[in-house]
Design a protein around this ligand. Structure first.
Ligand code: SF4
Ligand code: SF4
Ligand code: FES
Length: 312
């Protein structure tokens, strides 16, 4: 590495041979992102602890394969994002995520903004090497706002992590799925991280932590916001609109006191009635969380309210 002056609390690293500076103690994934370098990552949430649920963020650091979301940069570290082994591992992980995933993208609430769709295309998954009989998993409502479809869930644990680390409720957790046991031959023949992830996937779904089937939580909906697929959706929104039909209107939350940044997502009410209606509220969840009133009180919009001049 040529001589680069180190700013205090920064370290010099290389990524794919190019020189960069990164904050001391930063995870490789965040150091790469800060320098506009893409590393695939599904389970990691910027403001939460790493969970290593997806294993797709593999990179090579100083000749060793590591998870970029939980390995910290150090002075002189040489990072390679793609090696033939890592590319093979990532593709196998995506194939595993696609095993038995319902082919309902045409009506799925997440289609068009779905990370499973995006990464499947990104990794070029156009065939399937793995198979296992599926397990019946019933769709449930956990509360007045939370709708969970375990058939679509990839058990990335973003929802449980955000609820525990950001919201402080720990209202949901992983629970037993009772899926078929993997054929032992896969253990010897498929990439190791993809096998471990699949093994866990077969065993888990998400469920309310209190064992009652209902969350009894603050209903903030942050778990919905972070879900990368259509598994967690608000009951108001489920099957009401395709994501690409909605127009995003940046705004400030009118129904909570912290003035959080939100988007009203709107489209015409119907083919006959072209008045724009709010279908849902979304947030930049990497930077800001919303409470339930900010996310769900949009039906109190004052479009028809006017001043009562006599009372005033
Ligand atoms: S519900 Fe969504 S966020 Fe939660 S584990 Fe499943 S896919 Fe991940
Ligand atoms: S709505 Fe909020 S509190 Fe309830 S499970 Fe989801 S993230 Fe946790
Ligand atoms: S993003 Fe690192 S293991 Fe999932």
């Amino acid at each position: 590495m040529s001589e680069v002056k180190t700013v205090e609390n920064m370290v010099n690293i290389t990524i794919d041979g190019a020189e960069y500076q990164a904050k001391e103690g930063e995870f490789i994934l965040n150091a790469a992102r800060a320098n506009d370098i893409f590393v695939p990552a599904i389970c990691y949430l910027t403001r939460c602890s790493p969970t290593l649920a997806c294993r797709i963020c593999l990179v090579e650091a100083d000749g060793k394969q590591v998870y970029s979301c939980n390995t910290k940069v150090k002075e002189g570290m040489a990072v390679t994002i793609d090696t033939p082994t890592i590319l093979e591992e990532r593709r196998a992980i995506m194939e595993v995520y696609d095993v038995n995933h319902p082919l309902q993208c045409g009506v799925c609430d997440k289609s068009g903004e779905c990370e499973l769709q995006n990464y499947t295309l990104e990794m070029g998954v156009d065939s399937q090497s793995y198979m296992i009989p599926d397990t019946k998993r019933e769709t449930t409502n956990w509360s007045s706002v939370l709708h969970y479809d375990p058939g679509l869930c990839i058990v990335c644990e973003r929802c449980t992590t955000v609820c525990k680390d950001m919201i402080g409720d720990a209202a949901i957790t992983t629970a037993k799925r009772g899926g078929e046991v993997l054929d032992k031959a896969y253990k010897d023949t498929m990439p190791k991280d993809a096998y471990s992830m699949w093994n866990k996937l077969q065993k888990s779904v998400i469920a309310p932590s209190n064992g009652t089937g209902e969350t009894n939580c603050s209903d903030c909906g942050e778990c919905i916001a972070v879900c990368p697929v259509g598994a967690l959706v608000s009951r108001d929104f489920v099957y009401t609109s395709n994501a690409w039909d909605l127009k995003r209107v940046p705004a400030v939350a009118a129904h909570s006191s912290d003035g959080a940044q939100i988007y009203y997502e709107v489209k015409p009410t119907s083919i006959e009635d072209r008045t724009e209606k709010i279908f849902r509220i979304t947030n930049e969840w990497s930077f800001v969380s919303l409470d339930g009133s900010a996310r769900f009180a949009y039906d109190f919009q004052n479009t028809t309210a006017s001043k009562d001049e006599t009372s005033i």
